[in-house]
Design a binder for this molecule. Sequence first.
Ligand code: KG4
Ligand code: ZN
Length: 339
Amino acid sequence: MTSEIYILGIESSCDDTAAAVISNGKILSNVVASQKIHEEYGGVVPELASRAHQQNIVPVVQMALKKAGINKNKLSAIAFTKGPGLMGSLLVGASFAKSLAMGLEIPLLDVNHMQGHILAHFIKAEGQTAPSFPFLALTISGGHTQIVKVTDYFKMEVIGSTIDDAVGEAFDKSAKIIGLPYPGGHLIDKYAQLGNPKRFSFPKPKVGDLDFSFSGLKTSVLYFIERETSKNPRFIQENRNDICASLQATIVDYLMDKLKNAVNQTGIKEIAIGGGVSANSGIRKALKEAEKTMGWKTHIPLFEYCTDNAAMIAMVGELKYKQGLFAKYDVTAQARMEY
Ligand code: KG4
Ligand code: ZN
């Protein structure tokens, strides 16, 4: 009997099929199969996503075990994403995890995807620091935009959230308007770094102190592009970098305004970001600056733990395993889920 704990994490909530193995806080493997099929549709097609998960799940899990250098019989438990996410996608990971756990006669751990983005900070890795409690988590992804007050591993309270689109959607929809392929968030970021952020101005949406709204921004980008291209059909090609830089600056400023409000209201200056949009260079830079100018302590996960991944699911699984928070074998996936 070994005292080492090995947890296999499985993530399939949206369009990435992922598996990872963690042992005592260290990631031994982290495999992600991203589904390219959605690019041509300009967004995730749920039916195609679940089909692709079915194709990918076995090779992805096998690869994760191989890279970790362990045999499945060495696993202590299986963690999987229970929700939130696309039902058809979640079901593939959930069914696979349940069958494998039952076959191996080991415990099953159900994980909230959003808790995964937050608790990814506790993965032990060079270049990554774990926040101390209490901290504020800004979860920014294609599906969520939230400010969460985290007082313990599993004590989380949402204190602000979007009333319409998520910030990742604002990036992706704006990218589509300027003719970039889906998902265009990282491309806006890439071109933004070459452009002038003060060249154009976009209005910052006005909603409650800690809440977000992004649908108006998308509409103003659309009207702006329509207006300018009617005057100059080559407007986008000629100004792409400046459009991206100005748009990114507006979004980053807006996120920072909300974080400042949350810090003022709670008195908590320890900030951790998570979710795909935390890969954004603008928000990373703004947070680093806030350390100097406002005395915040900020935590930014490594790139591979920002976008959807199974390492974060394995991390939450390990925390739950240590606390004995096991799931029953008849647990079901859940498309909508609170913390
Ligand atoms: O967390 P994630 O991988 O999936 C969801 O749970 O949604 O986040 C994906 C989102 C997409 O909207 C994508 O465009 C955005 O994260 N994203 C970025 C960047 N990298 C990924 N947005 C802005 N800048 C980036 N560098
Ligand atoms: Zn996510």
